[in-house]
Design a protein around this ligand. Structure first.
Ligand code: ZN
Length: 314
């Protein structure tokens, strides 16, 4: 008899990229690799291990190649790397990346600030990247400022759709991740954008949400996307990700918060929550890191209480 498996969601751990990039004190490469190994050991299978960008732009991620080389040796992990252009994409593939994340923004000012080109130039760059890398390399498209832009404010659904009209035909099989870069999206907006996108582009193989918890709406937005059929969610262990120079800014929705919510809802994440919380506690304590999320403290308190009552009975 086969036991029916629970419906599942896929968590993409982006702490080693989005979570670290705003941390100023350099996190030693060995420590980065050890966090990845620990995340894999608690059941995380998909990890964005870094970003191939210039050292000057993101000094924290200057060792992405070394981290990637180490990850290639870890069985059962699918390392993905964020790249802004064709050249960096080819470098990442040569170093062992099997999933590339190409990032561009819907809003022009954010794209210029992030990758120093117009969104149109980024669309052309994406086309060049697709031609340059072997077809067996999985491709994800991160559409930044799909909901809101730090410079231009709320982004209209029509603007995001217009951008996708140009991008999707270039490779309909690519996974598309809509990113709430500022954390200002709300569940209604998330619902509306995903429902419009999913019906407009039925050939897209997989949709994902990249949520930030800056305004405490991370989980609500994740659930809104889930209700529209999205099953892939970015998250950062310990909720890492705030920029130390932007007071009040917080990171991605915490991996442990998402795991707890979906497991309570009866969905399988493949991740051992208590073991993850132990890793997340250490991640949250990284010097210079700004942690977020709620579940870490609650689970830690519960585990400590159980340990106390077990030792008092012994
Ligand atoms: Zn982000």
């Amino acid at each position: 008899m086969t036991i029916p498996s629970r419906p599942s969601v896929e968590i993409v751990e982006v702490g080693p990229r989005d979570g670290y990039q705003g941390i100023t004190p350099f996190i030693p490469t060995d420590l980065k690799i050890s966090f990845i190994e620990r995340l894999v050991s608690v059941g995380v299978r998909r990890i964005e291990i870094g970003s191939c960008v210039s050292e000057k732009a993101l000094p924290q991620l200057r060792d992405t190649h070394e981290v990637l080389t180490a990850c290639v040796r870890i069985p059962s992990v699918a390392p993905q790397v964020l790249v802004p252009n064709q050249r960096r994409g080819e470098q990442a593939v040569n170093a062992g990346a099997r999933t590339l994340v190409f990032v561009l923004s819907v809003s022009e000012s954010h794209n210029r600030a992030n990758v120093q080109t117009t969104p149109e130039q980024s669309v052309d760059e994406y086309a060049r990247l697709l031609k340059a890398v072997p077809s067996e390399i999985a491709m994800r498209l991160d559409l930044a400022t799909a909901f809101d832009c730090p410079y231009e404010g709320r982004v209209q659904v029509a603007a995001t759709i217009a951008m996708l009209e140009r991008l999707v035909p270039l490779r309909p099989g690519a996974e598309i991740c809509l990113c709430d870069t500022t954390g200002r999206a709300d569940p209604k907006h998330v619902e509306r954008l995903f429902s419009t996108c999913i019906s407009r582009f039925p050939n897209v193989s997989r949709w994902a949400l990249h949520a930030h918890d800056t305004y405490g709406r991370g989980l609500a937005n994740v659930y809104a996307a889930y209700k529209q059929g999205v099953r892939t969610f970015d998250a950062s262990f310990g909720g890492l990700g705030g920029c130390p120079f932007a007071p009040g800014a917080t990171g991605n929705v915490a991996t442990e918060d998402i795991v707890y919510m979906f497991e309570r809802m009866g969905m399988a994440t493949g991740i051992d929550l208590e073991a993850l919380v132990a890793v997340a506690r250490d991640g949250a304590a990284l010097p210079g890191g700004l942690a977020g999320g709620r579940v870490r403290a609650a689970v830690t308190a519960k585990v400590q209480m159980q340990a106390r009552s077990a030792s008092s009975k012994a």
